[in-house]
Design a protein around this ligand. Structure first.
Ligand code: ADE
Length: 248
């Protein structure tokens, strides 16, 4: 998979993408990441890439042409049209479902917004979708772009250790992950749940699934409405929800 990031702060993006797991994945060839300085595509003698909005108003907008030139350059380099995502608080909110979908593209290009946004026409011409990382506003699209790039990179084969089990992670199957414990079995008087020491695989699986349901019902009941639960699962959820109501 190839990821290109169009930004005014390529060093910031490279600093993050060249570290740790994603950095190693690039070195091993499982992933290619390129960060492009938008200013390199300016045609203005003062290197400007922004201008005032027509009709007046506060703030500046990124101009269409430098973005178009940069994207077309990447397109030519990649040899295929990259799926272009614009990071914006106006986009649809990122979910693991969306991450899985975006990870299916061979080439992905992420455009980071700055100032008050970008000229609408470049969105109409090239942008395939707008993605937000949540209902709050940041100073620029770099942190959101890095979050998206990290989330999709880790889905790519060869990026994480072979034995990572996506199915058991929070959000993969619509539930939050169950609690986990490591040595010692007794820490400051807190015991590891008995069942995890039993060696009984089926019982452990059952316990983990029920804990996932409990956690989801306790902290993210909104996620449950998207699932089809068995009667037993429904009963566990109801127990938790009624306990929550009593607390309120
Ligand atoms: N740029 C500024 N805020 C953002 C957000 N919440 N999501 C994506 N891009 C952004």
């Amino acid at each position: 998979m190839r990821i290109d990031i169009i930004t005014l702060f390529p060093e910031m993006c490279e600093a993050v993408m060249n570290e740790s797991i994603i950095g190693r994945a690039q070195k091993s060839g499982a992933l290619e990441v390129y960060c492009h300085q938008l200013r390199d595509y300016t045609y203005d003698k003062h290197n400007r890439v922004d201008d005032c909005p027509y009709g007046g108003g506060k703030g500046m907008l990124l101009m269409a042409e430098p973005i178009a030139d940069c994207y077309e350059h990447i397109w030519a380099q990649a040899g295929a049209r990259p799926h272009l995502v614009y990071m914006s608080p106006q986009g649809s909110v990122l979910t693991q479902e969306k991450v899985k979908e975006l990870a299916g593209y061979e080439n992905i290009c992420i455009l980071c917004g700055h100032y008050e946004g970008v000229d609408e026409r470049v969105l109409e011409e090239f942008v395939d979708e707008q993605v937000s990382i949540g209902d709050y506003v940041l100073t620029g699209g770099e942190l959101p772009a890095l979050i998206l790039a990290d989330a999709i990179s880790r889905m790519e084969p060869g990026v994480l250790a072979e034995d990572v089990c996506f199915e058991e992670e929070s959000h993969f199957n619509g539930l939050l992950e169950y609690p986990q414990y490591t040595r010692p079995a007794n820490w400051r008087g807190r015991e590891v749940p008995e069942v995890l020491l039993s060696g009984h695989h089926a019982r452990i699986q059952q316990w983990r699934h029920e804990e996932s349901l409990r956690r989801t019902a306790a902290s993210r009941p909104d996620l449950l409405s998207k699932l089809r639960l068995t009667p037993k699962e429904e009963q566990i959820v109801q127990e938790i929800l009624s306990k929550n109501e009593k607390k309120e």
